[in-house]
Unconditional design. Structure first.
Lengths: 240, 343
């Protein structure tokens, strides 16, 4: 069995007349956090959506732990063990927090032990368990989005900008929860613009430009090399 | 990274105006009933008109509830929905006519069984027809609204013509089962027995739908799917199967509404469903696309308004529903209880 939980080979994705991903190759190692980095508009969100099957890959192959996902519908990919947190969080605002979580357990009911762990990471969810999710703050909605992905054990977590627009206190809570997830040996592909979070959580990194991966390596190597950051992303992340 | 400062989560309390805004659609019905009483003046006339309006509203709700879910969940504009109303009426009436002995007997159980069997047959046939309609006509045009309008209107015409072929080109007159004929007198008001049956049946369907949507996992998936179908799939649910199930259920409910409307009018025609679609669309729009509760309140508002205005100012009856829709859309352009959809 390969050390990579997820592999993308020569993936092309078009949205309408636009070519977004072009010959994308990406390997996500089993266990640990892979940061997917790059400037705005280079195709990071499209990569996650293509992996989930929400946008169809025109060409190329996507495999999860040896299983070819390319022709599978989104629901089957999720059932193979991919937890997905979209950039817009995808919260069902008319449903309660509890109902959002119940839906996340597609394989059966919610596991009490796992829920205690989730409540430990995000106490606000216990407090607002019966409240409508639409009434939560932005940070609480993001907590719910991540908690939903954590509701069942997954092979891989795809998380798109979980700290975007959040207050520092909530960012810290979020980073703590992701660190906890990482400690449990989870494999995570994380799109993140917050450098401090990326540096603290990332084990490996893949930098994208113009719809393809242009650099892969250790996150620490990228974090410690301002010239490399400047060359790959057009700016030093330390300045963010 | 530094530790987070103490952060006690809070939830913003809704203001009184927000709470009132949420409750307003529910308050409209009693307000309208009270206004009707004040305007009509006579208790007996008001009671008769109110029961008649509620019965009419319940029957429109039966026809509209499926359409609103199909609209909300699948983003499908199905003008063919009227065909299921007509087919339901013809199948149901055919069953009732075949059970002549049971419908003419002055026995409540026999009459009730006959009506229930007619409803069962109508919902079965329209459910199966809905399954075929979704597969053959609707599925190829998902996401293409203009095409949806064209092909579903085409489907409606084809089904209407099939009714002519099977049942003949003329309207069919019918008589309600014996115990559902006539009226009971209460507080000096004549309350038609069939209208009371329609009110009870509408309430049973509404409560059942609400229970299914609120208390079951499939209901949860449907409600979530109306808001954000993509995310429901990303959580591992095959939304396509849910789509088909909702379409079948919506078609069957239209069939049920068709049987009741046929018995209410005591005449059925192939075009009756098409004629009802104006009212059905008004109810779906003023209720808020995708909202069963909204459709329920909207249907009752339409039924009551039409009956009150027809009594008070008959010349205005024809425009009462369009007027109601205009007023509600000026107040809430998305309908009374719109479902917040993901962008």
């Amino acid at each position: 069995m390969s050390d990579d939980i997820l592999t993308l080979k020569g993936v092309y994705t078009d949205i309408a007349q636009y070519h977004i991903l072009a010959d994308l190759d990406l390997n996500v190692p089993r266990g640990g956090v892979t940061m997917l980095l790059g400037r705005n508009g280079v195709g990071k969100t499209t990569t996650l959506r293509t992996i989930m099957g929400l946008w169809a890959a025109k060409k190329g192959q996507i495999t999860l732990d040896g299983t070819d996902l390319t022709a599978l519908p989104t629901s089957d990919r999720a059932r193979l063990g991919i937890g997905y947190v979209p950039e817009d969080m995808g919260i069902f605002t008319d449903l309660t927090v509890a109902e959002n979580m119940i839906l996340a357990a597609a394989g059966g009911g919610l596991d009490a032990k796992r829920m205690e762990w989730i409540f430990g990471a995000f106490p606000a969810l216990r407090t607002f368990w019966t409240s409508e999710a639409g009434n939560l703050s932005g940070g609480q909605k993001q907590m719910l989005a991540i908690a939903r992905a954590m509701a069942e054990e997954r092979q891989l977590y795809l998380i798109d900008e979980p700290t975007k627009g959040l207050a520092p206190a909530i960012v810290s809570t979020m980073a703590g929860a992701l660190r906890d997830l990482k400690k449990q040996g989870a494999s995570i592909l994380l799109v993140e613009q917050n450098f401090a979070v990326a540096k603290a959580l990332g084990d490996t990194a893949a930098v994208m430009d113009d719809g393809r991966v242009i650099w892969t390596g250790e996150m620490a190597e990228l974090a410690n090399d301002a010239d490399l950051q400047e060359r790959l992303m057009g700016l030093s992340m330390e300045t963010l | 990274m530094s530790d987070a400062p103490d952060h006690s989560p809070t939830l913003a309390a809704l203001s009184i105006s927000d709470r009132l805004g949420q409750a307003m659609p529910y308050i409209l019905i009693p307000v309208l009933v009270v206004l009707g009483f004040l305007a009509i003046g006579s208790t007996s006339s008001w009671l008769t008109l109110t029961v008649s309006g509620l019965a009419m509203g319940m029957m429109i709700f039966l026809m509209a509830s499926g359409l609103t879910l199909v609209f909300g969940l699948m983003d499908i504009i199905n003008f063919g929905h009227g065909a299921f109303i007509s087919v339901g009426a013809f199948v149901g009436v055919s069953v009732l006519m075949a059970m002549g002995g049971w419908t003419t007997a002055p026995s409540l159980p026999l009459n009730l069984i006959a009506v229930l069997l007619a409803i069962l047959a109508a919902t079965l046939v329209t459910g199966i027809l809905g399954w075929g309609f979704e597969r053959v006509i609707v599925r190829p045009v998902y996401g293409q609204h203009l095409h949806q309008i064209l092909v579903t209107v085409g489907g409606l015409i084809v089904i209407e013509q099939m009714i002519h072929v099977i049942w003949g080109p003329h309207e069919i007159f019918l008589t309600r089962p014996e115990t559902f004929q006539g009226a009971i007198t209460y507080w000096g008001a004549a309350l038609e027995k069939f209208r009371l049956l329609a009110v009870v049946l509408g309430l049973i369907v509404f409560v059942t739908m609400r229970l299914v949507l609120r208390r079951t996992k499939i209901g949860l998936i449907v409600r979530a799917g109306v808001q954000n179908g993509e995310m429901v799939q990303a959580l591992g649910y095959r939304l396509r199967l849910v789509f088909v199930g909702v379409f079948i259920a919506g078609s069957a409910l239209a069939g049920l509404g068709g049987v009741m409307w046929g018995l209410y009018q005591e005449v059925i025609t192939a075009g009756m469903g098409e004629e009802m679609m104006i009212l059905v669309f008004i109810v779906v729009i003023i209720g808020g696309l995708g909202s069963v509760e909204g459709a329920f309140i909207g249907a009752l508002l339409v039924g009551l308004t039409q009956n009150y205005i027809a009594f008070l100012e008959p010349k205005l009856a024809l425009i009462s529903n369009i007027g109601l829709m205009a007023v509600i859309l000026m107040w809430r352009p998305q309908g009374m209880m719109p479902v917040v959809k993901a962008k």
